[in-house]
Design a protein around this ligand. Structure first.
Ligand code: 3PG
Length: 213
């Protein structure tokens, strides 16, 4: 698979719905139920961040859920890439990017959404074949105006903004020509997950899935 083909696979994941839930899972035993609630609500692509000891087990559990496309986020090292792939992740997300991470993802054949914020970063990633990139931290990096400005010289790069994105500001991002979908944790609030309130999560997912783009 060429780097461009691999990046196109990552772009296809972003095309599935307007929002990718960014999940911090503490209890792998609840992961499948959480995935079912989100997928039922209309959000098939799920990013499980490797920030908790339960994350890889959560990916294994969620990978069994019909209709779900489970990826791994917060990939910081080549070893994270391999562990994510072995757990069944279908795509990977990094907050920022290094060449080692891109090489590891190509080697593991894990479609990657590499983090890039300003134009230089975006251009560097494009040189490595990354036509879809994560814009992170979106709000702190200038938000919608910054993303719009990057789109003028680099319209061939499309973005997945995350970090401070919410139901309220998501439409502004989704209205940009260079935004494929957004990511956010708001669709799976920690208290709702802890309480097993899957119907609230499914309602939040439905609201997010209905966002126009
Ligand atoms: C992250 O990696 O934490 C995501 O960007 C989610 O950010 P959010 O919690 O602001 O949605």
């Amino acid at each position: 698979m060429t780097p461009e083909e691999s990046s196109q696979h990552a772009a296809n994941v972003c095309e599935l719905a307007p929002v990718v839930p960014v999940l911090v899972v503490d209890d792998a035993a609840r992961a499948a139920e959480l995935a079912v609630a989100l997928v039922t609500g209309g959000l098939p692509a799920l990013e499980v961040t490797l920030r908790t000891p339960a994350a890889l087990d959560a990916i294994r559990e969620m990978a069994t859920v019909d209709g779900g496309v489970v990826g791994a986020g917060t990939l910081l090292t080549p070893a994270d890439v391999v562990a994510a792939k072995d757990a069944g992740a279908l795509f990977g997300v990094t907050p920022g990017t290094t060449d080692r991470l891109i090489d590891a993802a190509l080697e593991a054949e894990l479609p990657l959404l590499p983090g890039a914020a300003p134009a230089t970063e975006a251009l560097r990633r494009l040189e490595r074949g990354c036509i879809i990139q994560k814009f992170f931290p979106a709000e702190a990096s200038g938000g919608v105006p910054a993303l719009k400005a990057i789109g003028a010289p680099l319209p061939q790069v499309r973005f997945f903004p995350t970090g401070g994105v919410s139901l309220a500001n998501a439409p502004d991002y989704l209205g940009l020509a260079n935004t494929v979908c957004v990511g956010g944790s708001w669709v799976a609030p920690k208290d709702a997950v802890a309480a097993g309130d899957w119907s609230r999560i499914a309602t939040l997912a439905r609201e997010a899935a209905a966002l126009p783009r």
